[in-house]
Design a protein around this ligand. Structure first.
Ligand code: NAP
Length: 308
């Protein structure tokens, strides 16, 4: 058992999930919640397929309550659109040799953190687990997946193996991923194929098998494939459409994270999913009209003019 410390920024679903599993593995955990928002009164984790929840321990505080230089290992567990602001809020507390682990979905937020905070070791995790909160501080591990972990910058490269060894002590599937960029792109491609359409049609992942919807999924995958090929990234053997169809069938009864966000009245991560693809496509001169259509429609329907 280790008493090594991890500070988790964002006491949401994934922050509580990782905080809970880290604490159960013997780590000392600090969970940073938003300032001015009351901290959860108690912390409970329902491990995957468990019938009962178990209590876990974490110090609860806000970023400004952290002493200068006190954070050595930081996990950013906010939504993508909140990540940069959240890191700025704890910058004063980062030790000179701090490690920052970014867990966001999509792409762009992790890279923005890596660029702005390049003086620190930055490591990313690409996560396929599913978790939700039944109430504040109570998290349920609903879907067992894999977390692929790898460095985003040179300093991260020097510590990634040590970080992976720590994370492997959790009762989660953790895999060292020397090419995290490729893993993030593969997951991005899946999110591009599924998230926007399920949010707009308010349907379950499996309902994308409807032939009309599947035709849109195919075009989204073709556009993504062109961008990935141009960036010299690997395309799965059976193509992105094949990959996305496998995920649609394997998660047929699930609600995508974007559908869940809009049903809770929250802003979506569209800017970091189809929005990221569009930025890359534009820079490469590749047309991506289907992605543009989904991006525009999600912004128009679910985001206020100033939301992003
Ligand atoms: P979430 O439940 O909304 O949690 C995010 C938390 O961060 C919220 O509690 C939010 O507070 C907090 N936060 C935002 N800015 C903050 C700040 N400046 N200081 C302190 N706390 C701050 O979202 P999530 O589901 O955990 O997702 C987090 C990331 O993981 C997303 O990128 C998501 O796509 C990815 N992910 C999630 C899952 C999953 O199953 N949940 C799986 C894989 C990947 P407010 O609620 O007050 O905004």
């Amino acid at each position: 058992m280790s008493q090594t410390q991890w500070t988790v920024l964002g006491a949401g679903s994934l922050g509580c999930l990782w905080g809970g599993y880290l604490n159960r593995a013997g780590f000392s955990v600090t969970l940073l919640h938003r300032s001015g928002v009351s901290a959860p009164e108690s912390l409970y984790l329902t491990p995957f397929q468990a019938t009962e929840e178990v209590a876990f321990e974490a110090k609860l505080k806000s970023a400004e309550q952290c002493a200068p230089g006190s954070i050595k290992q930081l996990i950013i567990a906010t939504k993508a659109q909140d990540a940069l602001t959240a890191v700025a809020g704890v910058e004063h507390a980062l030790a000179d040799d701090a490690i920052i682990l970014v867990l966001q979905n999509g792409m762009g937020a992790q890279q923005a953190v890596a660029e702005k905070y390049d003086r620190y070791a930055i490591v990313a995790a690409c996560i396929t687990d599913g978790a939700f909160r039944s109430e504040p501080g109570h998290v349920i591990h609903a879907g067992k997946g894999i977390s692929r972990v790898g460095a985003l910058n040179a300093k991260g490269k020097a510590v990634e193996s040590a970080v992976v060894e720590q994370l492997k002590q959790m009762d989660l599937v953790i895999e060292h991923c020397p090419d995290i960029n490729q893993a993030l792109w593969n997951k991005l491609a899946i999110n591009i194929g599924i998230n926007g359409l399920t949010a707009l049609d308010q349907c379950l992942n499996g309902e994308l098998n409807d032939p009309e919807r599947l035709a849109h999924v195919e075009i989204l995958c073709q556009e993504t494939e062109q961008v990935m090929q141009s960036l010299k990234l690997q395309i799965p053997e059976h193509g992105l459409f094949g990959l996305v169809k496998d995920v649609i069938n394997g998660t047929a009864k699930n609600r995508s994270s974007m559908l869940q966000d809009i049903q809770k009245g929250k802003s979506t991560e569209i800017e970091y999913i189809n929005g990221y693809l569009l930025k890359q496509a534009k820079a490469l001169g590749i047309p991506a009209p289907e992605n543009q259509k989904i991006y525009d429609a999600v912004l128009k329907r679910f985001h206020s003019a100033n939301a992003l």
